[in-house]
Design a protein around this ligand. Structure first.
Ligand SMILES: C[S@@+](CC[C@H](N)C(=O)[O-])C[C@H]1O[C@@H](n2cnc3c(N)ncnc32)[C@H](O)[C@@H]1O
Length: 355
């Protein structure tokens, strides 16, 4: 866009509220779909890896409905060359007024706050921290806080603009209330929430979550839509106990939780219309040597218990092994493969169809 036009567009946007929807890298298209469906009055301005910038003037709490988002931030832009200028009366008042407005919408008190910024130890950042502490009368937490403010130069322009991003919710949106019990290797809930968007998820589904672990995929599938049948299986009794606690906290209408080996499932042929699995990556759970025979066996068994045309969505880090398994199977066709970035890990989501 020519410079002048860009400037005009920026001025027009300044009349509206801007928000940054933070997502797992790779899932931007799914979150954009969710924004369109749930917040139709929001307009997407820009989408970059890991974030979607929207303009939206409705109630902020509506943005909390975004299940596939990691967090949503209110974006304040300051035409300043350096963050030091934030300490000036006009800019600081604008910042803390927006912060006060965000906190007032919470149903829990704000007890701590966290500044996320490059160079947060520098003298200037320390002065900003002190000033915000004094205004809010709460202490700063170096690691995380109920309130999080991110400060950064506006990545979309070379002009001198700094952004203050104020997280709307006291915890990341991906931190679910239903997670009352945890297990190592549990899937990020915003990724689990994205999976039902990749296939046709309807109330007629007979759905199976293979290797369900703590129940993340099962719960998030049922939050997306009800299902005729929704069952979780796992080989590990302790994982199933964790699942049961989370399912109960989520009030999820799960029809069964069964201890079973994924390569020998206790179901009749063609019992299910949809399956999902976050398979052992061989890092926190399982080992690569085991996966070499486990993965093809799971694909064969999943093909037996699903109807023709069913989808099987798999999340795994075992990229090369999946390639080999998919080349060797005549029962599953790869429909979509999405690379995601989960805090440094790069698993993929495979959408397969039973043929
Ligand atoms: C990556 S974890 C799943 C995590 C789960 N998505 C969650 O969010 O908690 C993999 C799960 O596979 C299970 N598992 C490993 N081998 C299995 C097998 N042969 N049959 C069934 N489950 C298996 C493990 O017990 C573990 O719970």
């Amino acid at each position: 866009m020519p410079k002048q036009k860009k400037q005009k567009a920026k001025q027009a946007l300044a009349q509206h509220s801007i928000y940054l929807v933070e997502v797992v890298e790779g899932l931007e298209a799914i979150t954009r779909q969710e924004i369109k469906a749930k917040i139709p009055s929001a307009g997407v301005i820009r989408s970059e890896p890991g974030e979607i910038i929207i303009v939206y003037d409705g109630p902020e709490t509506s943005l909390w409905k975004l299940q596939t988002a990691l967090s949503v931030y209110h974006v304040l832009e300051f035409a300043i060359p350096r963050p030091k200028a934030l300490l000036g009366h006009e800019h600081f008042t604008r910042l803390v007024t927006a912060v006060d407005r965000t906190i007032r919408q919470w149903d829990v008190p704000c007890q701590s706050w966290h500044l996320a910024a490059a160079g947060s130890h520098t003298r200037v950042m320390q002065r900003i921290i002190e000033a915000v502490c004094e205004h809010l009368r709460i202490s700063h937490d170096a690691n995380e806080g109920d309130l999080t403010i991110r400060l950064r130069p506006d990545p979309s322009t070379e002009a001198s603009v700094w952004q203050a991003l104020i997280r709307l919710s006291p915890r990341p949106l991906a931190t679910r209330d239903w997670r009352v019990a945890n297990m190592p290797g549990a899937l990020n809930a915003s990724v689990a929430a994205a999976l039902p968007h990749l296939v046709k998820s309807t109330a007629d589904d007979r759905f199976l979550n293979i290797a369900c672990g703590s129940g993340t995929i099962l719960i998030e599938r049922l939050r997306a839509s009800s299902a005729q049948v929704a069952i979780g299986v796992d080989i590990d009794r302790d994982a199933l106990a964790v699942s049961a606690e989370n399912i109960s906290a989520a009030h999820a209408p799960v029809t069964g939780l069964i201890q079973a080996n994924a390569i020998d499932l206790p179901f009749a042929d063609a019992s299910f219309t949809s399956a999902m699995a976050d398979l052992p990556f061989g890092q926190l759970v399982g080992s690569h040597e085991e996966n070499i025979w486990l993965y093809p066996a799971i694909l064969t068994e999943a093909a037996r218990i699903t109807q023709l045309g069913s989808h099987f969505v798999i999340v795994t880090h075992e990229v090369k092994l999946m390639q080999e398994c998919l080349a060797a199977t005549a029962q599953w066709q790869l429909q979509q493969e999405i690379k995601i970035n989960l805090t440094g890990l790069h698993p993929r989501i495979y959408v397969l169809q039973r043929i």
